[in-house]
Design a protein around this ligand. Structure first.
Ligand SMILES: [Zn+2]
Length: 177
């Protein structure tokens, strides 16, 4: 069994993240999705550390302090172009295991949400990917700035599918290492 650090991106009340045209806040979506992933992973016997914090350095420190085996942050994407759409997952540029983790999560999310596959994105600078010591991935579920995807992100069934998909992706990665 693993120690899994889950971070719902942004922080309700302080940092809503991106906001859709209906007023849907990213932080609301990421909280719902991360909580579903948390409950499934707990049921599967893992120790889940749920890190809902406003400060990026605290998020990374918390994951490092508990020596998590894996770190996953959940976000919604946004763009000025309202037609931008699809699912992508980020990993730290220099982490082979982070890349494999991102691949598993991306595959499950695309399968569950049926949005265009924008693939794996590499970052050398995203704070929570760079400063966590364990393999880490950051999932951008879909675009909250796209009205069609905002509707999906607001749907509790879709949120559940996304949470289950993230849990499956983490399990697939754990089974593979
Ligand atoms: Zn975000």
């Amino acid at each position: 069994m693993a120690v899994i650090a889950l971070n719902p991106g942004h922080y309700p009340g302080f940092d809503p993240g991106s906001v859709g045209s209906t007023g849907l806040e990213e932080a609301t979506v990421t909280m719902a999705v991360a909580k579903i992933a948390e409950s499934v992973l707990r049921e599967n016997g893992h120790s889940v550390v749920f890190i809902s914090e406003n400060e990026l350095d605290i998020i990374a420190d918390d994951a490092n302090l508990v020596e998590a085996d894996v770190f996953v942050s959940v976000h919604c994407n946004a763009a000025d172009n309202v037609e931008a759409q699809g699912t992508e997952t980020w990993c730290y540029e220099y982490s082979e295991q982070g890349y494999r983790l991102a691949q598993e999560i991306q595959r499950e999310l695309v399968d569950a949400l049926q949005r265009p596959n924008r693939g794996i994105r590499y970052s050398a600078g995203l704070y929570v990917l760079k400063h966590t010591f364990m393999p880490a991935a950051l999932a951008e579920l879909a675009f909250i700035s796209n009205p069609e995807e905002e509707r999906l992100l607001a749907d509790p069934l879709c949120q559940e599918q996304a949470g289950l998909a993230i849990a499956r992706g983490i399990e697939a990665w754990l089974n593979d290492i």
